[in-house]
Design a protein around this ligand. Structure first.
Ligand code: ADP
Length: 294
């Protein structure tokens, strides 16, 4: 996985004291650019741990790429996120999905070799949900493990996403949108975990920021809290993607590890990512991590 450092940019950030109002022009004090998107972030984290990864996506021909991708299009710009953050850390974000929404069933067919021969297929909701679901179905039909990250949240999620996910992973906000239950403490997390499990997946993980995760599975239907280590968080943006990328790595390369252990290790890796600023730029490499994680 790699991108051209000058040209491949789809995240634009601006730091300001206050957020601008409509029609207002203000001065910002910092500008940054980067590369992102949930799928790309998760792939990058997996790859930095040593996994062989493929990203199935669609981008505009405006990008120079050297990673595996399905399609390029001239009909829409590459998906972008433009973020303005004020001095209190509040932000406004405009996402233009662009080419992401043009990834289609035909593209998946072209990528069927990658999907059906993988050890793990990870899907999110930054492409058309029906296409994401189809990828899960293709993986399942070939006996490939499926990890579904229900992000960004979708209130009317097709119930087939549950039945086609070996592992269903969401954060507190997404869990609330899916179940209607606000997650304010571990008890709430247990409740939403049980509720999501009943919808047909084999295992549910609700990530809880500094609290780590709540897991519940068909095999062990009593919710289990897997705490994260105490760290000094600098920037938690993209922590969820670091977690999912790490979990995919363990599922693919250490499939015999107990799930709780995989989650504990993935918590460790995500908690490293929150100690540096940025998203992909904060994701750790295998060589810089304690070797007992491998
Ligand atoms: P998202 O980025 O989707 O909101 P979370 O905030 O739930 O996801 O974080 C995902 C994972 O990152 C957590 O389960 C945990 O492992 C780790 N993490 C996040 N915030 C912290 C923190 N402040 N301290 C330690 N680990 C954290």
């Amino acid at each position: 996985l790699g991108t051209h450092p000058q040209k491949d940019v789809n995240v634009i950030g601006l730091l300001t004291t206050q957020l601008p109002r409509a029609g207002e022009t203000i001065l910002g004090h910092k500008f940054f650019i980067g590369f992102g998107g949930k799928g790309a972030n998760q792939c990058v984290q997996s790859a930095r741990l040593g996994a062989k990864t493929s990203l199935i996506c669609k981008v505009s021909t405006d990008l120079l790429l050297d990673y595996t991708f399905v399609g390029q299009t001239t009909d829409a710009a590459t998906g972008t996120a433009s973020i303005i953050v004020n001095s209190e850390g509040q932000n406004v974000i405009v996402i233009v999905p662009g080419a992401n929404l043009l990834l289609n069933f035909e593209d998946l067919k072209r990528a069927s070799d990658v999907i059906c021969k993988a050890r793990v297929v990870v899907c999110q909701l930054e492409i058309t949900p029906a296409v994401s679901l189809e990828a899960l179905k293709m993986a399942r039909a070939s006996g490939v493990k499926t990890l579904f990250n229900a992000a960004p949240a979708l209130a009317d999620l097709d119930p087939q996403f549950y039945t086609h996910s070996d592992i269903f992973c969401c954060n507190e906000t997404e869990a609330e949108i899916l179940t209607g239950i606000p997650v304010g403490n571990l008890e709430d997390a247990e409740k939403v975990g049980c509720m999501l499990l009943e919808r047909g997946c084999k295992l549910v993980i609700v990530t809880l920021g500094a609290e780590g995760c709540m897991m519940i599975s068909v095999e062990e239907p009593i919710p289990k809290h897997v705490p994260a280590g105490k760290v000094r968080a600098v920037d938690t943006t993209g922590a969820g993607d670091s977690f999912v990328g790490a979990l995919a790595f363990y599922l693919a390369y250490y499939p015999k590890l107990p799930m709780e252990e995989m989650i504990r290790k993935s918590n460790c890796i995500a908690s490293v990512s929150v100690q540096a600023s940025g998203t992909q730029s904060s994701y750790p490499y295998r060589k810089d991590l304690p070797q007992d994680l491998f």
